[in-house]
Design a protein around this ligand. Structure first.
Ligand SMILES: Cc1ncc(COP(=O)(O)O)c(C=O)c1O
Length: 388
């Protein structure tokens, strides 16, 4: 009686079980943490004051979002030197919901597919499956920098492909889409009538120098859907506000907006209080964003000082984001190392396979933990590698 959109096997994976076991035994150093509200940042206590605006007592449904909120989101792109028309902004309750809305806009249930990068965000499995959309993967290859494997893009592309997903900076590699790759992706999407969905949730977190905007994304020939949201941009995942910023040929954008209006009108999922508070959240949330940026930079520097290549462990270069990839000797399975770190050192890290790295052995660590904790955890990781 139940849909196959929800998998039959829903048991927590081995790592989740081991993590729960380690937590039950005592405190752990959690280098998998992704929740910014639990890592000792100072949130201004009245940051959410805008949510109690009495104007929210009147309901004025607006399928694509209240004008003032769409304007505030459009203005947030000015920081990046991008001019986005507020009429081309669609509000959503999260970036995850934005994916679902775009799949409804673009895909035929059970017949269409989207191309997703690997390694990348593991939730794409559920996001596609829950919307009845096929997922075909294209590789990101590492040759001193991460680039798109276009032979693979072309080989997995089918007549049912309706969108290509790109994440920039990517989770977990921290790599941004380079100008040449942006050009090739946009060109293929334009000529094959597919949309390009560009997940930019980590765009506010450059680890060293500011990101360059690829020209092909600044004035795209295809339908380009940029995704963003408060979860990462101001570290407030619980406030539930995300958005889609559309760009591309005028006719395509107009048609997409018209259709999106029907989809969004059906659910009207974005709460009025958060829309009324959007401007103040985006402006005042800069205080949180600055702390997160400082945090990930400090931890990234510490990581590179601790893991310096001894016993074959190296940190991959990264452009931005909240995570880092450490290559470790493949002398034993990732799973064994991760389990040993948990059981013997009470340190939690993600194995590369969690993000579908094509081969072993990688660890993925979050750059969010408090710096002392992070450094302690990484020393224990390096010691464990040295001891092997
Ligand atoms: C690449 C990427 N996109 C989207 C999301 C989800 O964002 P939201 O909380 O807005 O759904 C995440 C969360 O970790 C992410 O890593």
């Amino acid at each position: 009686m139940f849909s196959t959109r929800v998998p039959d096997d829903r048991r927590p994976n081995d790592l989740a079980r081991a993590l729960a076991g380690a937590r039950a035994r005592g405190p752990i150093v959690d280098l998998t943490v992704s929740n910014p509200t639990r890592v000792g940042l100072d949130y201004p206590p009245d940051l959410l004051a805008g949510l109690s605006d009495p104007a929210a007592l009147t309901y004025r449904p607006a399928p694509l979002g209240l004008r003032a909120a769409r304007e505030a989101v459009a203005e947030s792109y000015v920081r990046r030197g991008l001019s986005i028309d507020p009429d081309r902004i669609v509000l959503t309750s999260s970036t995850s919901e934005a994916y679902s809305i775009l799949f409804k806009l673009l895909c035929e249930p059970g017949r269409s597919d989207v191309l997703t990068p690997v390694p990348s965000y593991p939730l794409f499995d559920h996001l596609t499956r829950l919307d009845g959309v096929g997922q075909r993967r294209y590789g990101l290859e590492y040759h001193g920098a991460w680039t798109v494997d276009f032979d693979e893009v072309d080989s997995v592309w089918t007549t049912g492909t309706r969108a290509v997903l790109a994440v920039s900076p990517n989770n977990p590699t921290g790599s941004v889409v380079q100008a040449g790759d942006a050009d090739e992706l946009a060109r293929r999407c334009a000529s094959r009538r597919a949309a390009l969905i560009l997940d930019e949730v980590f765009v506010d977190y450059p680890l060293s120098r500011p990101f360059d905007e690829p020209p092909a994304f600044a004035s795209p020939d295809c339908l380009l859907c940029r995704l963003g949201g408060l979860s990462k941009s101001i570290g407030l995942p619980q406030v539930k506000l995300g958005w889609i910023a559309l760009d591309g040929p005028d006719g395509l954008v107009a048609e997409a907006l018209d259709r999106l209006e029907l989809i969004c009108d059906t659910y009207l999922s974005v709460a009025t209080p958060v829309q009324l508070a959007a401007r103040s959240l985006l402006e005042r949330g800069a205080a949180v964003r600055d702390q997160i940026l400082q945090r990930v930079r400090v931890n990234d520097a510490a990581l590179r000082a601790i893991v310096t290549g001894g016993h074959g462990a190296t940190v991959f270069p990264a452009d931005g984001g909240w995570s880092a990839v450490v290559r470790v000797p493949a002398t034993r399975p990732e799973e064994a190392l991760v389990a040993e770190l948990l059981e013997r050192d009470a340190v939690a890290v993600h194995p590369g396979y969690f993000f579908d790295f094509p081969h072993e052995a990688f660890l993925v660590v979050s750059l969010l933990p408090e710096p002392d904790l992070f450094a302690r955890g990484m020393h224990l990781v390096q010691d464990r590698i040295d001891a092997a």
